[in-house]
Design a protein around this ligand. Structure first.
Ligand code: 13P
Length: 211
C-alpha cells in the first residue's frame, strides 16, 4: 500500500474506533511502518476521530520527525515494539474502557492477564502481559514494553491501557478490539462460576492458529 493510502487508512480506522467509543478525547495513538523503514504515527494531542491524513507525523527508523505535526509522546513505545518484532508493521494503543479497568485490578497474573475465556481471545490476543506503571511518554515505559515485546504482541500498561502490534493495521485493530471485548467479558464474569477453556483446548488453538 502506498504512503498516502496508509495515511488514509490510519484516519479511517481511527475514526471507526472513535465512533464506536473505543477511543475518546485525545487518548490513543496509531502507527504504521512503511516499506523504506520510515513510519507514520498519529500526532500528539490529536483526536483519533478527527485525523487529517496529511498532518500525520512521519518518522525515521530512529524516531526522528521527518515531516508532519509533532508525533505522539508514545513514539518510543511504538518504536520499541517495531524493534523487537521484525514482522510487525502496525501498532495501536488505546485507553479503551474495559481494558483500562482490567489494567487497574489488584490481583491479576502479570504474565497472562486474561483467563482463557474464548477461542478468539487466544487466537488474536494470546498471552497478554501486564507492564508496570510508568507515566505516559516516559522512556521507562518504552523500556518496560521492550522487555516484553519479543514474546508478546499484546501488552497492557498498568493503570493506562493496551498496546497491540500486528502484521497489518487491520490485524492490529482487530486484535485490540478482541482485547477490549475480552476485558469486558472478564469483568462481566467476575464472581460467577465460569467454564473456561481447558489447557488442552488452548494448546489445540495455538497449534491450529499459530500467531
Ligand atoms: P499522545 O496524544 O501524545 O498520542 O498521547 C495519548 C496517549 O494515549 C498517551 O498514552
Amino acid at each position: 500500500m502506498t504512503e498516502n493510502l496508509l495515511r488514509e487508512e490510519i484516519a479511517e480506522l481511527g475514526k471507526s474506533l472513535y465512533d464506536r467509543g473505543l477511543a475518546h478525547g485525545s487518548a490513543g495513538n496509531i502507527s504504521v511502518k512503511l516499506a523504506d523503514g520510515n513510519w507514520l504515527l498519529t500526532p500528539t494531542n490529536s483526536c483519533l476521530g478527527r485525523l487529517d491524513p496529511a498532518k500525520i507525523s512521519k518518522l525515521d527508523g530512529n524516531g526522528k520527525l521527518i515531516n508532519g505535526d509533532p508525533p505522539s509522546k508514545e513514539a518510543f513505545l511504538h518504536l520499541a515494539m517495531y524493534q523487537e518484532r521484525a514482522k510487525s508493521t502496525a501498532v495501536v494503543h488505546l485507553h479503551s474502557l474495559h481494558a483500562v479497568a482490567v489494567s487497574c485490578l489488584a490481583e491479576i497474573d502479570a504474565g497472562d492477564v486474561f483467563p482463557p475465556i474464548t477461542a478468539y481471545a487466544i487466537m488474536q490476543v494470546g498471552k497478554l502481559a501486564l507492564v508496570p506503571y510508568y507515566p505516559p511518554g516516559d522512556q521507562s515505559l518504552a523500556d518496560a514494553v521492550r522487555k516484553l515485546a519479543g514474546k508478546h504482541h499484546a501488552v497492557l500498561l498498568a493503570n493506562h491501557g493496551p498496546v497491540v502490534a500486528g502484521t497489518s493495521l487491520t490485524a492490529a485493530v482487530n486484535a485490540i478490539e478482541e482485547l477490549e471485548q475480552t476485558a469486558q467479558l472478564m469483568l462481566l464474569l467476575q464472581g460467577r462460576p465460569t467454564r473456561f477453556l481447558t489447557a488442552g483446548q488452548v494448546a489445540e488453538l495455538n497449534q491450529r492458529f499459530p500467531s
